[in-house]
Design a protein around this ligand. Structure first.
Ligand code: FAD
Length: 440
């Protein structure tokens, strides 16, 4: 049987779908199947909410289409199948002196998923978003593969990059890799005592890779404290190596109760000595810190979790402060919270990045958490910011209205590419993304 009925979830496990899924192994099979059944594709379902789900419909699991097709040593352009995990690409090429210019915080994300969400990395302030380094995409629309580039079809390109898979199935892509010194990272970590100090540290940081872990339980004078990580790619041998671990079962509900999280965060903060520390690590450890703990999403128990991620303009630091106060008061935060300063780079109409500060916090799927996320979403909108669809599972169409100024242009391009709405997903339907009118 090609199509199997499955119940499957987003990474947060708070949203699930039941539907028929096919896992084609060859480009020829994919082409034939999409001609018969145009339907959305998904990669590793590392999107937290329902971006990769299609309830009561069909979907293509792309993970068997994970081959490197060609590499041009003169230009550094690699062509891969869309189901290739970005971390595998990094591992295969870094020792040879090439690296994907942008990698998100998980190496499990596939190239197709990285394009469809136009992901950003810890170097967004210098390298922009993933889609800005893609030079060609092969898109299958109703079974016909079509090669598109930013020049040949600019509107379709901008609707595809960051376009949540709504223009068709991405079957292959060419990426302009970046030269790198090796497969190690020299990483400096230092404690930051509060939000103001964090903002100054981001301004002063000169490294290519910069990100902050933030203690979302901290209050008062310690509000916004955390650890700043600054890294540069290098060669050589590691002087520290983390171990891979597995979460074998769903954690009990007390594991992420407020006192346990507060204690964990205190210890995590003090793990870095007051004077800071520098180490050399294999690149995957700082790039993908959570991938070392397989199935870490089970730590949130059967109910799963939601992540809130927003970006607000640079001048709206007060909004960040109020958000952190609300999160601290709520007692709902988990230890996973990240703050980063973003640059301007974005590749498509619906790309998330904008110049500003991005805050991401995980919340166990408990009473009050969705209400809190709704409040934070409203604050982001009022500040002229936006939320990230790769992480969302709870927003409403009214809340996101106006967050993406080019949404109507995207919706018009998508309507042309897919007039029958064959590639719609649960997220796109929930947020009525394709109903936006008023294209310029
Ligand atoms: C631990 C962790 C850390 C993360 N850190 C970051 C980060 O730093 N920066 C960031 O930007 N994101 C981050 N993310 C989010 C993640 O990078 C994105 O959700 C990414 O899209 C996941 O890729 P995927 O292959 O799992 O895609 P999926 O989640 O399976 O799908 C994502 C979207 O892409 C579409 N899609 C996937 N493949 C195709 C295809 N071949 N053709 C057409 N459409 C397709 C799907 O329909 C869906 O809309 C993180 C996620 C995790 C779990």
């Amino acid at each position: 049987m090609v199509w199997k009925t499955l119940e499957y979830t987003g990474w947060g496990r708070a949203r699930s779908a039941t539907g028929e899924v096919a896992r084609p192994e060859r480009q020829s099979a994919l082409k034939r199947m999409v001609a018969e059944t145009p339907a959305p594709a998904f990669g590793m379902r590392r999107s937290y909410g329902d971006a990769a789900l299609n309830s009561d419909g069909r979907a293509y699991d792309m993970t068997r289409l994970d081959r490197v097709l060609s590499f041009d040593e003169a230009t550094g352009v690699v062509e891969v199948e869309a189901g290739m995990p970005i971390g595998d690409l990094g591992r295969a090429f870094a020792a040879k002196g090439w690296i994907p210019p942008v990698m998100p915080g998980t190496g499990f994300a596939t190239v197709g998923g990285c394009i469809a969400n136009d992901v950003h990395g810890k170097n967004h302030h210098v390298a922009g978003s993933f889609g800005q380094h893609v030079t060609e995409i092969t898109l299958i629309q109703n079974g016909k593969p079509r090669k598109i580039t930013p020049k040949s079809t600019p509107t379709l390109w901008k609707a595809t990059v960051g376009g949540l898979g709504q223009t068709g199935v991405i079957s292959r892509a060419k990426i302009a890799m970046m030269k790198c010194k090796g497969d190690m990272m020299v990483l400096t970590e230092r404690r930051i005592d509060n939000l103001d100090e964090f903002l100054v540290a981001f301004d002063e940081s000169r490294t290519d890779y910069t990100v902050g872990w933030i203690d979302a339980t901290a209050k008062g004078d310690a509000l916004g404290r955390g650890i700043l990580e600054e890294g540069e790619i290098t060669s050589g041998v590691p002087n520290r190596k983390d171990k891979t671990r597995e979460v074998p079962f769903n954690a009990p509900s007390w594991a992420l109760s407020a006192p346990v999280v507060r204690l964990f965060n205190e210890l995590y903060f003090r793990r870095v000595p007051a004077k800071g520390r520098t180490s050399v690590k294999p690149i995957e450890e700082p790039f993908f810190p959570l991938d070392a703990i397989h199935n870490w999403n089970r730590l949130y128990g059967k109910q799963g979790f939601n992540q809130f991620q927003c970006v607000v303009p640079l001048e709206k630091t007060n909004c960040l402060r109020i958000m952190l106060e609300r999160i601290g008061q709520s007692g709902l935060a988990s230890p996973l919270a990240v703050l980063k300063k973003m640059g301007t780079g974005r590749g498509g109409y619906m790309s998330f990045p904008m110049e500003g500060y991005t805050l991401a916090v995980d919340f166990p799927n408990r009473a009050g958490a969705e209400f809190l996320i709704a409040e934070l979403t409203d604050m982001a909108r009022e500040a002229g910011g936006r939320i990230y669809f790769a992480k969302d599972g709870v927003a409403t169409p009214e809340q996101i209205a106006g967050m993406y100024p080019e949404q109507a242009d995207w919706a018009a391009a998508v309507a042309k590419a897919d007039p029958d709405r064959s590639y719609e997903t649960d997220l796109v339907r929930r947020l009525k993304l394709r109903d936006a009118k008023g294209a310029k």
